[in-house]
Design a protein around this ligand. Structure first.
Ligand code: AMP
Ligand code: MG
Length: 401
């Protein structure tokens, strides 16, 4: 057990080994999910001027210190149509949400607190100072750094960048990640499956994972358990930022990945992790190409992708490469004590009447079962030597997306 690397140590070795890639400029319509690579500086102030937050009347607060008060309505200010007039003593200007405050006025009386009278208005409620006025630049001012890099852009961020009058942003280049399945028995989906063959879950699954996490996946197909074939692909993979392999990283006679790479000068950073599923996990560099060798077992491969590949993709885009977020949930059923490896149990999530998240481990945890991985909503993370747990105990889960 001593030679198995703890998960956080392995993640640190990967992220310390990887440096952020270059950047590119994209239009906002292409920016969702990309990592902002340069601080975003507002090109305009928001709001651009003092504006009304309500429909009502722009007035001078001093005029309506005592109510009721009758004011002459001298004009109108609507959004997009500011009034050129100044509000003088005893005057009001009809105003609508988002409209510029006219000169002279310092507050807005709610429409509901007035009674219109021909060309005048009777104010029934006195205002508080600056009432219902959004001051110019309250949200941000021209030149403010409003979003700091690095940051994975959300739909809300895109709206904000648009409000900052930035039609384009500088983002990290998407890491180009090759996905190569290894194994004499592995065939691509859609063909004939002869005796002794199985269909590759990992190639398509891992490519989708890469895409979902912001990388650009390059499906490299399948190679046999043949050192030469594997090396030929790795040597050709010149324009990749990372190569991900699946299969052949254990210690069986046909686990040729490590040996094949070693013969070409591969520098191993680690090979075995204190986790389940997925003990064999290889990381290192072949010349300048980082290679992550995932176990062939599809559940192990995907769990390792969740734990390590996501951090690698983040890091290559300039993010920290943090561990997946842990969420607290209550156990739906009891669990036995854990051994010395961190365990990741596939579980479904539900909510109890009080809104607590309930994580119920799937009954069959065989790491060969891809159906249960797809059905799972989360992985329950069990620390090494965690004691037996009862239903209702709080555990940590990684939510799967
Ligand atoms: P390995 O890590 O090569 O020893 O493979 C472990 C198990 O995963 C074996 O049962 C393989 O048949 C299976 N396996 C390997 N690669 C894939 C793949 N691409 N898709 C589905 N199963 C695989
Ligand atoms: Mg194999």
């Amino acid at each position: 057990m001593a030679s198995l690397l703890p998960i956080p140590d392995a993640r640190k070795l990967i992220i310390d080994d990887l440096a952020p890639l270059g950047t590119e400029r994209v239009k906002l319509a292409q920016a969702l999910g990309r990592v902002l690579a340069a601080d975003a500086v507002a090109a305009v102030s928001h709001p651009p001027a003092d504006v009304s937050a309500m429909d009502g009347y722009a007035v001078r607060a001093a005029d309506v210190a005592r109510t009721p008060q009758r004011l002459n309505v001298t004009g109108e200010s609507a959004a997009g149509h500011p009034s050129p007039k100044t509000v003088g003593a005893g005057e009001a200007i009809r105003i609508f949400t988002g409209a510029h405050m006219p000169k002279g006025a310092d507050c807005v009386i709610l429409q509901e607190d007035t009674t219109p009278e021909d060309s005048a208005v009777v104010v029934k409620e006195g205002p508080k100072a600056k009432q219902h006025v959004r001051p110019a630049g309250q949200d941000f001012r021209t030149g403010d750094v409003v979003l700091k890099a690095p940051r994975k852009l959300t739909a809300r961020d895109i709206g904000l960048l648009a409000a900052m009058n930035l039609p384009e942003v500088i983002v990290a280049r998407r890491p180009k990640i090759g996905v190569l399945s290894t194994g004499d028995e592995i065939v691509l989906p859609g063909g004939n499956v002869s005796e002794g063959q199985i269909v590759s879950a990992n190639g398509p699954g891992l490519c989708a994972f890469v895409t979902a996490h912001g990388g650009e996946a390059v499906e490299l197909g399948v190679v046999k358990d043949d050192p030469g074939a594997l090396l030929a692909v790795a040597e050709r993979a010149r324009d990749l930022d990372m190569l991900v392999t699946s299969g052949g990283v254990s210690v069986g006679d046909y686990d040729v990945v490590k040996g094949a790479l070693a013969s070409a000068g591969f520098k191993v950073r680690f090979h075995k992790i204190a986790m389940r599923p997925g003990k064999p996990l290889l990381y290192g560099r072949l010349k300048s190409l980082p290679i992550l060798g995932l176990p062939g077992n599809p559940v192990s491969a995907m769990v390792c992708a969740v734990l390590f590949l996501s951090s690698a993709i983040d890091r290559l885009q300039g993010l920290a490469g943090d561990a997946p977020t842990l969420t607290a949930a209550r156990l739906g059923t009891p669990l036995a004590a854990n051994d010395g490896r961190t365990d990741h149990l596939r579980a479904t999530l539900s909510r109890d009447a009080e809104g607590w998240l309930i994580a119920t481990p799937l009954v069959k945890q065989d790491s060969g079962m891809v159906s249960s991985l797809a059905r799972a909503d989360a992985l329950i993370v069990r620390a090494p030597h965690a004691a037996a747990a009862s239903a209702g105990d709080v555990v940590s889960v990684i939510e799967l997306h």
